[in-house]
Write a protein that binds this ligand. Structure first.
Ligand code: PIF
Length: 388
């Protein structure tokens, strides 16, 4: 049964565990791969599947909405400064899931790969698509009765030897129609430390500037320093026309508080991790659910959905050798499609998003037809690419 908004009602409960634990990849030497590619753009090098976690970049984007209830709270708050407090806490919360994840990277989606996520419990529905391969660009759109969230990720990587920086470009837009709010913000730099040896860990640093008209929040992610054991700290200042209204502090892996120390109010706190998460890629409960293929959804999905990608499924099932074979096959097919387009002199057009110009900048906008096309009988009569 589908309700009027097209938010499917799954009868089954969601899974609480992955089908197989993370394979042992301790023998894998990243150095052997990276030494040949120093100074090169790492996104142009095919990496062994054993470095991956069984989620695509499109699904990892969905993880940033794990604490979407903060946006729901914002949408029920008349005070515009408090709304900014919730939105800023949401921005910090979107990094929480990365804390246990430094060991692996998501699958680089194939050009034209898509991912949908319908969460009737959280009240949102989400669509993402890989809209460019080189450079990798993913676009997503999420809507609920309370908010509209869009994001476009363009990643640049810098390999420094001991560490790798991931420098994101692109903007996150959150609209709360009830108050006519339009929040815009950028992402901060992420850094994978000890990329070649030792225990890998992630840091996020830089300034995230959130604007909503005159009300601005400057959220600073502090870079870990050799001289201090304070890590993962975030602090923020909300101003109206330059006047400080609220102050925020906390850690992106623990929680965010509003106010001054003793009297501060907790706005957000991370959820508990599932048991044995260290054996299962450090996934949160929400992450575990993302690649589940339940019988209700499976007949509605377009054939391009990440859940149907065979190498990722094989990795999830613990079959690294099969996954590597499939990854190479899919990459070869993708190269053939690219060659074919070059011969035809055509360029790739995204399916559910459209490139357009906004103030001279290229942006990727949701065409808003995904959920209509999905209506019974799903995507059976819609032409989509054959990716695998
Ligand atoms: C392949 O992607 P990989 C390459 O793009 C390859 O060039 C392409 O062939 P083509 C293949 O079709 C692709 O499958 C390489 C690269 C991808 C990202 C950006 O999956 C996000 O083999 C990075 O990967 C997030 O990966 C990292 O780029 C988060 O997906 C930690 O650059 C990287 C990652 C670097 C390794 C970090 C290891 C940390 C554990 O012939 O079409 O060009």
């Amino acid at each position: 049964e589908e309700d009027s908004e097209g938010l499917g009602k799954s009868q089954t409960g969601r899974r609480t565990q992955l089908p197989a634990p993370q394979p042992d990849t301790s023998g894998l030497s990243l150095w052997n791969i990276l030494k040949k590619n120093i100074g090169k753009d790492l996104s142009k090098i095919a990496m062994p599947v054993a470095l991956n976690e069984p989620l695509s970049m499109l699904q990892v984007l969905t993880e940033e909405l794990e604490y979407s209830e903060l946006l729901d709270k914002a949408a029920e708050t008349d005070d515009p400064y408090k709304r900014m407090v919730y939105v800023a806490s949401f921005a910090a919360s979107s990094y929480a899931s990365t804390y246990y994840r430094a060991g692996t990277k998501p699958f680089n989606p194939l050009l034209g790969e898509t991912y949908e996520c319908v969460r009737e419990d959280k009240g949102f529905r989400f669509v993402a698509e890989q809209v460019s391969h080189h450079p990798p660009i993913s676009a997503c759109h999420c809507e609920s009765k309370n908010f509209i969230y869009t994001q476009e990720v363009r990643i640049k990587t810098k390999f420094w030897g001991k560490s790798m920086e991931i420098i994101p470009a692109g903007t996150i837009n959150i609209r709360i129609p009830r108050y006519n709010d339009h929040y815009k913000f950028n992402k901060v730099t992420s850094c994978v430390h000890n990329i070649l040896s030792g225990e890998r860990w992630l840091d996020h640093y830089g300034e995230c500037l959130i604007t909503n008209g005159r009300i601005i929040c400057k959220l600073t992610f502090t870079k870990a320093s050799y001289w201090s054991n304070r890590r993962h700290e975030v602090h923020g200042v909300i101003t109206d026309d330059g006047q400080v209204v609220h102050e925020l502090f906390g850690k992106w892996n623990e929680g965010i508080y509003c106010g001054r120390s003793a009297s501060a109010k907790c706005i957000w706190r991370t959820g508990s991790m599932p048991e044995n998460h260290n054996l299962y890629y450090g996934f949160t409960r929400f992450a575990i659910e993302l690649n589940e293929l339940d019988p209700y959804t499976s007949h509605l999905l377009p054939p391009t959905d990440s859940r149907l990608r065979p190498d990722q499924r094989k990795l999830e099932d613990g079959d690294v050798i099969g996954a590597e074979r499939e990854k190479q096959r899919l990459e070869a097919l993708q190269r053939e499609r690219r060659k074919w387009r070059e011969e035809q002199g055509t360029t790739y057009e995204p399916k559910f998003f459209r490139f357009s110009k906004e103030n001279g900048k290229e942006v990727c906008v949701f065409k808003n037809d995904y959920w209509d096309l999905r209506r019974d009988p799903g995507f059976k009569n819609v032409s989509t690419m054959e990716l695998w």
